[in-house]
Design a protein around this ligand. Structure first.
Ligand code: A3P
Ligand SMILES: CCc1ccc(OS(=O)(=O)O)cc1
Length: 268
């Protein structure tokens, strides 16, 4: 009997939008080019913030692109049916997103000079963000409570598997010339410096006014209002009309601490 996931090589994926055939073909046959940029994260680590920043760096701060094309088409997901089909015939340098753990990523990555940014986030906030997001989605298993979701998270029975394995796997690439490893927390603390670091890593020098525009247009408030980036286009079909929110709050809420307290009480 199905447990609400499509399992591929020991990793759980949602049952819609993912197939073993695409996952296998992506790993075995997808050819990364040296000029591609790969944005890697475990789900709920600030993926879409990073994508927005990189898109704005590529457009030199001009918001036209981010205001007119859905975020999943600007930097498609190599592991989804939709993303894979968009990417495989695309010419020129590509922005590519992925939540895949290292063992499932296209093998061609390891022989290419494609630039890779891996964004990490502390597991406590990833857990909380995932609890609300997947709880409001139609494509993933819905937890009945935070305690239940915590149990799944610790075992890796959540979309894309274990945070611990994912992070350990990708952190092993630390120090490679074409890898930039960042955290959500440092991006939040010193956004300007980290955005400058990203643009330097990508070889895209920004003039001061261009940098200001990247910062403004990727800010929490502006992204929250951008229908091409805030997942409002997914409401109804993939996300709850009311609770299906990508940009939940951008900082911890007092009520989150209550949930943590109850969770710790249950487990310890
Ligand atoms: N521009 C931005 N600035 C700060 N945080 C952002 C952001 N855009 C998205 N986020 C946060 O990134 C998390 C979603 O990550 P992902 O894109 O990987 O799904 C959400 O965290 P919270 O749920 O803790 O609010 C969301 O609020
Ligand atoms: C399970 C598939 C899926 C879909 C959307 C997600 O959100 S995000 O990319 O992390 O913002 C995560 C996983």
């Amino acid at each position: 009997m199905s447990d609400g996931y499509m399992w591929f090589e020991g990793v759980p994926f949602p049952t819609a939008g993912f197939t073993p055939e695409v996952l296998r073909e992506a790993r075995e046959s997808f050819a990364l080019k040296d000029e591609d940029v790969l944005l890697l994260t475990y789900p709920k680590s600030g993926t879409n913030w990073l994508i927005e920043i990189v898109c704005l760096i590529y457009s030199k701060g001009d918001p036209k692109w981010i205001q007119s094309v859905p975020i999943w088409d600007r930097s498609p997901w190599v592991e989804t049916e939709h993303g894979y089909n968009l990417l495989k015939d695309k010419e020129g340098p590509r922005l590519i997103s992925s939540h895949l753990p290292i063992q499932l990523i296209p093998k061609s990555l390891f022989n290419s000079k494609a630039k890779v940014i891996y964004l990490t986030r502390n597991p406590r906030d990833v857990l909380m963000s995932g609890y609300f997001f997947f709880g409001a989605s139609t494509f993933s298993k819905k937890p009945q409570s935070m305690e239940e979701y915590f149990g799944w998270f610790i075992k890796g029975n959540v979309p894309y598997g274990s945070w611990f394995d994912h992070t350990r796997g990708w952190m092993s690439m630390r120090g490679k010339e074409n890898f930039l490893i960042l955290s959500y927390e440092e991006l939040k603390r010193d956004t300007r410096s980290i955005v400058e670091m990203i643009s330097q890593f990508l070889g895209k020098k920004l003039e001061p006014e261009e940098l200001n525009s990247v910062l403004k247009n990727s800010s929490f408030q502006v992204m929250k209002e951008n229908n091409m980036s805030n997942f409002s286009l997914l409401r109804g079909q993939f996300l709850d009309e009311k609770n299906g929110i990508l940009l939940r709050k951008g900082k911890r809420k007092c009520s989150d601490f209550k949930i943590y307290q109850n969770m710790w009480r249950t487990y310890w």
